[in-house]
Write a protein that binds this ligand. Sequence first.
Ligand code: HEC
Ligand code: HEC
Length: 317
Amino acid sequence: MKKFLRYLLYLLGAVVSLVILFILFIQFRGIPNYEAKEISITVVPTPQRIAQGKKLASMLCVKCHLNTETQLLTGKFLVDAPELFGKIYSKNITQSKEHGIANWTDGQLAYFLRTGVRPDGSYVPMYMPKFIKMADSDIESIIAWLHSDDSMLRASNVVPPSSEPSWFTKFLTNIAVKPIPYDGVAIDVPDTTNAVEHGRYMATSQLQCYACHSGDFAKLNDLNPEKSFGFFGGGNSMLDYDAKVIYTANITMDEETGIGTWTEADFLKALKTMQTPQGKILNYPMEPYAMLNDTELKHIYAYLKTVPVLRNRVVRR
Ligand code: HEC
Ligand code: HEC
């Protein structure tokens, strides 16, 4: 019996040591690196491209990279990144050669925006969205804008503190969260006169409304958005500016728990002014989409009308 207990102790000791080794291994390995690649493109910065890039960036990038002190995209502490992920700071993406992205090539930026892998092989995990399914022309517009002389991008040498990813983030990126392989197949903007197809593109691949508005960030299907868990049924938990939990709304056409009773005009008004027909003012992280024109908003609405209805009552503020 004594012998048995001794073996049991050895076994326990071995298991505990293995667990400690694993914890240390993850801690020191950190977020894994990947092969740095470049997409072979040269972006011709036409005024139209830059304007489209600015429009997209104002909806997709500015909120995370704009520093209110410098009024430039010099990066900042992300109050609304879950604490579980660590202390997360965005980066200086101004035209500075030393501390911004002036030296990144178009191809490096394109590969980074699609996959999250930087030119040095380091990987930005879930705290920055990836644009794996965005049309090539939209990616190029964003790049044209990033390399433009826009006042928000004026070269600045401000260096935000480095992110301090938690052990949990390191664990996730070692076992599950990895760059989505980019296959290089050309992606066109769908026919913009086809309301539903254009709306689908905007709501999924371009503006990624579905990422916030489906059931759970961890259960998104990046390559096949419509297969995401709780697609557009809301209930995904996020943080607001005060780091308080807020759940995203069900924006399928369910009449009781979604926006099934809204008219197209109600939808346009809510997206432009943040006021719903129920008289509610929408909270951050929902933001106004005033940059979109009426046709674009109508196309998103037309698409949402085709999304399978989900009955999911979300606790709202
Ligand atoms: C949800 C917040 C968020 C959004 C939205 C976002 N970013 Fe980021 N971005 C980050 C964070 C956080 C990092 C750095 C993470 C880290 O510490 O590795 C980053 C890093 C970067 C980098 C790498 C810079 C460097 O020097 O390493 C570039 C380039 C970049 N973002 C561009 C963009 C562009 C362009 C957009 C819009 C299309 C955008 N980001 C949208 C949060 C965001
Ligand atoms: C960063 C996450 C995020 C993104 C991206 C986002 N939303 Fe939202 N949205 C929210 C949250 C959170 C709420 C709930 C706000 C509240 O309850 O005050 C919301 C609320 C709404 C509502 C109000 C519904 C209701 O019943 O009150 C509509 C409509 C809506 N979003 C549409 C969209 C569309 C369309 C897009 C893309 C163009 C989009 N959202 C992108 C987070 C997001």
